[in-house]
Design a protein around this ligand. Sequence first.
Ligand code: HAM
Length: 467
Amino acid sequence: MGASWTPPRAPRGTADILPEQVHAWHRVERTAAELAERYGYRELRTPAFEALELFARGMGEGTEVVEKEMFLLAPSGRARVEAGPGEAPDAGPRAQAPAGGHGAGGAEPLALRPEFTAGVVRAYRQHGLDKTRGLLKVYSIGPLFRYERPQKGRQRQFHQVNLEALGTGDPRAELELIAFAQDLLGALGIPDFAVRLNSIGCAQCRPGYRERVRALLQPRRERLCANCRARLDRNAFRVLDCKLCAEHTADLPPMAEQLCAACAEHFAAVRAGLELLDVPYRIDARLVRGFDYYTRTVFEFPSGRLGAQDALGGGGRYDRLIPDMGGPELGACGLAFGIERLLLAMDPAATGSAAAEAAERARRAAAVYVAATPEPGPRAAALELVTELRRAGLEAEFDLAGKSLKAQLRAADKAGFGWVVIVGPEELARGEVALRQMAAGHQQRLPRAELLARLAPAVPLAARPAR
Ligand code: HAM
C-alpha cells in the first residue's frame, strides 16, 4: 500500500448536501416543480456547460458575471490553470482556452453555465421552437457556477429554480411569473412577500436616459467608487444599482419617468395587474439588475431573513434576446430563485434535522427490516426476501454491516421500522419466517409464502406494481 493520502476538501464556495439535508431540498424542488407545472410550465434540461460566447453575448460582455465570474473549461491535456496574481492556493477558475480558439478543430471556449436564461434561449432557437411553437413556457432546476467571493447566501456552485416564458410580449406573462413567485414563497412558508419593481425601458428610451445620468453624474465623478467611475463611461445606468454610491445618486430622475409611450403603457399594465391580483409591490427606481438583456419590467424578491445578499430571486423581461440570437422579433421574460437562499429564509423547523428525522420516521413506520442469523443460509434468505419485498413496492432494509441478530433487532427498533422479519436456520428449514409488528410488540410465525399477503396492506397503492 502506498503512503496515506488525504483527498483535497471540496472546493471553496461549494457544499455537499448530505442525506439528512436533502429532505429540505426535495421539499423546495418538488414544490417548485409541481407549482410550475400547475402554471403551465414544462421542464427543460439544458447542458451544464455551453459555448462561452453564448453567455458573453446573452448576458453582455461588460457584465460582472461575464467579466469576472465565469468558470472556463478546457479538455484535459490542454488545460493549464492560470492563477491570477496572489491567487494561490485558491486559484482562479480560468483554464487557458484550447489552443487555436474558435474554428481550430471545432474547439471553442466553453464555460460552466452561470445562469439558465442564455442556454434556454439557445435551445429554443436551436430546435426551431420559435417557429413551430412560438410560445414556450419552461422551467429548469439545477446547479450553476459563478466565481464569486463566497459568503452567506453566495456560493460558487449554487442552485436555482428558473422559469422562462419565451415568445410573448404580453405584460400578463410577467404577472403570471410574479403570481408564481408569491405562491412558491407561500407554499414554502416564507413570510412577508414583497416585489421590488422597476421598468428600465427599451432600446428606444434607455440610451437617452443613460446619457442624462452620465451628464448628471460627471461633475460628481470623484465622489463615486472606483467601480462606478469605470461604469460611468461604459454604462452609466449601472451606477444606479451601487449601494456604495447611493447617496450620490439619490436625486437622479427615475427611469420609469422617462419611458417611451409603449414602455410606459406596458409598465402601467404590469402595475394594474399587480393591483388586480392584490400582490404587494414597491417601485424601486434603483433596481436595474445585472445583465444587459433586460428590457422594460425588472423585479426582485427581497427577504428580511437574508443578510447582505437579500434577494431570494429576481427576473424580468428581455425582449431583445431572441432577436439578438438570430431569432424572430419575439419577446420573453423569466425569473430565478436561488435554492440555497430559499432554504435560508425558510423556517428552520421545516428545513432542520428534526424535520428530516420526523419524515424519515414516518417512512420507516411502514417499512420492513429483515433480520437474519449469521449462517450463510439465513443470510441468503434475507437477501432474497428483502429483494422480493422491495419489488412488491415496500421499503425494506437488511444488515450489510455484519451485525449480530441482537444488534440488528436493536438497530431496527431504534430506526423505527414498523415491521421486522426474522430468519434463522429453524425458520428456514420449515419454510417459515417470524414476523414482529413493532408497535404492538406482537410476534408470530407464518409460512414464508404468506408474508407478502400479510404485509400488503402496508404497501401504498401507488407503489404496488401494476399487473
Ligand atoms: P440573478 O439575479 O443573477 O438572475 O440570480 C437569481 C437568484 O439566484 C438570486 O436572487 C439568488 O437567489 C441566486 N443566486 C445568484 N447568484 C448566486 C450565488 N453566487 N450564490 C447563491 N445564490 C445565487 C438570474 O440568474 C437570471 N437568469 C434570472 C432570470 C431568468 N431573468 C430572466 N429569466
